[in-house]
Ligand binder design. Structure first.
Ligand SMILES: *Cc1c(COP(=O)(O)O)cnc(C)c1O
Length: 383
């Protein structure tokens, strides 16, 4: 054959028996079939064999299988980010005319999807008090298709009574989805507590270094997986094998990072709780966090993100000055990486509470705790 043809049809030259500890990065869209009869287009590649890169290369499927094993799921789908995971769950469980419930304290873009795209599709998503517990039963309607839990809630950190919500939901045949990002899929055992579908932003703890965006959707059983799969295929939620490779690397140090972050975060939270300018600290392991008793009952640990509220006498402008005066803490959204972050929520949308621009969220990273506390101390408003 001509050299131009040989460029595209090489006989393998290097040996293929390279027993690396790392999962190879498989790039590829097309999958080559052995014969015409073998041609398929099927998202269930783990069982039916590979058909198309859109449903994951072996790198993505390796990540999916390891997460499913870690979370005790039937199976996991890898998607481009946490927000894509949320969209997939809504669209798999709800159709025009469905009613769904989502806590007031849910991740902002989840609520934005509820009042935006989903409303346009005729799906009615009703917000509920995250501390409602078994009282959720009164909100379930004949057309309720899905109940979201997010525990702890975004920014306000409410630890939900997930088992009570699951019991009320299952009593009426309603599925429960959980945003389990804070728990990294491990600090709260979603499936042992009855959840049907659990998702997490791998962007946070599994990635762990603020350098990738990925999400995971884990199914409790075959029925949940079969509901999610076709919608996953239709939405075309392709992921990069390079990002999956980084997430696989992140998994190897997840335990170590979570352990160190838990200790450092508790030290910073405790220091803040004792500071005269601070009114309340919302950290799951502190009694001042709403739902702290649920955390003690259901959780195996706490993570790196928490919030605190300044006393009433501190003005919203002083809080902004505090954020701007931080030097070690960077100002930024997202969390779960190795850097400490701070951000104020001036217009936090919580119907039951108004923090008047005095609620600050911190993410603690791997810097020395004494430097972090010194940084907070120097930035604190003077009386
Ligand atoms: C960050 C986050 C998401 C979204 O994840 P992305 O990967 O950024 O899309 C979803 N839920 C929670 C609780 C988050 O913190």
């Amino acid at each position: 054959m001509d050299w131009k043809t040989r460029l595209l049809n090489p006989a393998p030259q290097a040996r293929r028996d390279y027993a690396s500890l790392a999962t190879p990065v498989y790039r590829g869209s097309t999958v080559v079939f052995s014969d015409q009869d073998a041609v398929t287009d099927d998202w269930r590649q783990a069982e039916h064999g590979y058909s198309y890169g859109l449903y994951g290369t072996p790198t993505a499927l390796e990540l999916a299988a390891r997460l499913a094993d870690l979370e005790g799921a039937e199976a996991t789908l890898i998607v481009p980010g946490g927000q894509a995971a949320i969209a997939l769950i809504y669209l798999a469980y709800c159709t025009a005319g469905s009613h769904a419930l989502v806590p007031h304290s849910a991740y902002g873009p989840n609520k934005a999807m509820a009042t935006g795209m989903l409303r346009g599709l005729g799906i009615d998503v009703e917000p509920y008090d995250p501390m409602i517990g078994a009282g959720i039963a009164a909100l379930i309607r004949d057309n309720t298709a899905l109940i979201w839990c997010e525990s702890p809630g975004s920014v306000t950190m409410e630890i939900q009574d997930v088992p009570a919500i699951v019991a009320a939901a299952h009593d009426k045949g309603v599925a429960v989805a959980l945003d389990n990002t804070y728990a990294a899929g491990v600090l709260f055992d979603a499936f042992a507590h009855g959840v049907d579908v659990s998702m997490q932003a791998l962007t946070k703890y599994v990635g762990g270094h603020s350098d990738l965006l990925l999400g995971a959707v884990s199914a409790r059983d075959r029925a949940a997986f079969d509901k999610l799969g076709p919608i996953y295929q239709q939405l075309g939620l392709a992921v990069s094998p390079d990002d999956c490779s980084l997430a696989l690397r992140g998994l190897q140090t997840l335990a170590l990072r979570l352990d160190t972050l838990e200790k450092s975060t508790l030290q910073v939270a405790t220091w803040l709780a004792n500071h005269p300018a601070v009114d309340t600290v919302f950290h799951p392991a502190l009694a001042t966090c709403p739902g702290h008793d649920h955390w003690k009952r259901d959780w195996s640990g706490s993570a790196s993100v928490f919030s605190f509220v300044f006393k009433d006498r501190i003005t919203a402008d002083q809080v902004v000055d505090f954020i701007n005066a931080l030097a070690v803490f960077k100002i930024g959204l997202s969390w779960g990486g190795v850097h400490s972050l701070a951000v104020v929520y001036p217009d936090l949308d919580r119907p039951l509470q108004d923090f008047g621009g005095r609620i600050v969220r911190l993410n603690i990273g791997l810097e020395s705790v004494s430097d972090l506390i010194a940084d907070l101390d120097q930035a604190m408003p003077s009386d």
